[in-house]
Every structure is written in C-alpha cells, then in structure tokens.
Design a protein around this ligand. Structure first.
Ligand code: C5P
Length: 222
C-alpha cells in the first residue's frame, strides 16, 4: 500500500483523537494531534508571560519554542516543550480556551503551519485538527470531517473529565459551544469541512463503525 496523508477535522469532542489513533494503528501510521500543539503554544506562552498582542515578543517566543509529540508507552501522545513533559498540563478546560484564543493569531498559525507540514513530509500520517484538510494539507489523499451533535459531544467530554475538574455538564456544554463558535467564526483557517472531505456524523455510530466507514475510503485511495 502506498503511504498517504489522511486528515480528520472537526469540532471538539467528536471523537477525533480516539478515531485518529485507532486508524493510525490499523494502518501502522503515525498520528498527530495538532490541537495538542496549539495547547502547547498556549501553555508555554502563558508560562513565559508572553503578551499576545505584542507581535515582536510573540515572534521571538515562537522562534525559541521547541514542541515535539512522541508516542508514549500506552500508545497515546506525549507533548514535550523544551524538554518538559506537559501532556497533562494542557488538558484543562482553561487550556482549551487558551488554545482557541492563540489559534486565532496569524503568527501562531503560520509557525505551526511549518511544524505540521514538516511532520507530513514522509506521508503515512493521520492528522487531526480543525484546518488539516483545508489549509495545512489541501492536497491530502483522504480527508474526513468528523462531527456529532453538540449535546453528544458535551456528554462524552464530561464523562472523560476527572472529578476534581469541578465542571458540570452544563459548564462543558457552554464551553464547547463557545469554542465551536470561536473556531468556526475566526477569519483565519476557520473550522469548516473541506469541499472534498468525507462528512461523517458520529452521533449515532460507535467508534468501530466510524473506523469501518473510514477504512473503506482509505483502502480505495492507498
Ligand atoms: O483539538 P483540541 O480541542 O485539542 O484543540 C484545541 C484548540 O486548538 C481548538 O479549539 C482550536 O482553536 C485550535 N486548533 C486549531 N487548528 C487545529 C487544531 C486545533 O485552530 N488544526
């Protein structure tokens, strides 16, 4: 089978991470969670007290930032920033919002565009994100847009949260709705299905059913 680039875009909580990881495993591909990269930028910028409205400051911060995603022993992805494992630190509700905020900044998007394209050079990768099929890899071999009803996505995300998060289901629903609006409403690389993406509404399907549907398209292309 020829190695190909597969993109999976969609809103938060649609199951992109689980599906991307499983699809990559089925194909013996790498998978790249690009949302983790945006979260990493947000976390590190906050830690370094970067003034996001100061382009000079932001640009020199990005020039010195080193982010890498490595597969961990359990099969998940570990995000390392300048040698520090920040995997758990980027998964808070506050970091979800902070990531969505930095994701609207042109400097951040163009810096990550290069990082992501480098990761795709050798193909055999599944990329998940918001603009993988529209902006980062418009020539990707197979593109999916994975979504689900907001209430289904919020319930799923709520079930994954640790008890100490202190968030109610209503909080998760409201945060997700706000983030959807921010991501879909921004000028740069908004969350939208590519015109040639295969649209899958996962509200009524199991993970295995979604994977089965995806594999049909992937086999036809590779
Ligand atoms: O996927 P995840 O929820 O981890 O993404 C966090 C945020 O990063 C999103 O809400 C979105 O604003 C941003 N993002 C993006 N483009 C991507 C991936 C994520 O703008 N390709």
């Amino acid at each position: 089978m020829e190695p190909i680039v597969i993109t999976i875009d969609g809103p938060a909580g649609a199951g992109k991470t689980t599906i991307s990881r499983n699809l990559a495993d089925l194909l013996s591909y790498r998978y790249v969670d690009t949302g983790a990269l945006y979260r990493g930028v947000a976390y590190c910028a906050e830690k370094a007290c970067v003034n996001l409205t100061d382009e000079k400051q932001l640009s020199s911060f990005l020039q010195n930032l080193k982010l890498s995603l490595v597969r961990d022993a359990a099969g998940g992805l570990k995000l390392v920033a300048d040698g520090e494992d920040i995997t758990a630190l980027i998964r808070t509700p506050a970091m979800s919002m902070a990531a969505s905020k930095v994701a609207a900044l042109p400097l951040v998007r163009s810096w990550l565009l290069e990082v992501q394209r480098k990761l795709g050079r050798e193909k055999a990768v599944v990329f998940e994100g918001r603009d993988m099929g529209t902006v980062v890899f418009p020539e990707a071999d197979v593109k999916f847009f994975l979504t689900a009803d907001l209430s289904v996505r919020a319930r799923r995300r709520y079930a994954e949260l640790p008890e100490e998060s202190g968030q109610s289901l209503d909080d998760v629903f409201a945060d997700m709705k706000k983030r959807d609006e921010q991501d879909a409403g921004r000028d740069l690389a908004p969350l939208v299905a590519a015109h040639d993406a295969i649209y899958i509404d996962a509200s009524k399907f199991t993970i295995d059913e979604v994977l089965g549907q995806m594999m049909v398209f992937v086999r036809a292309k590779s």
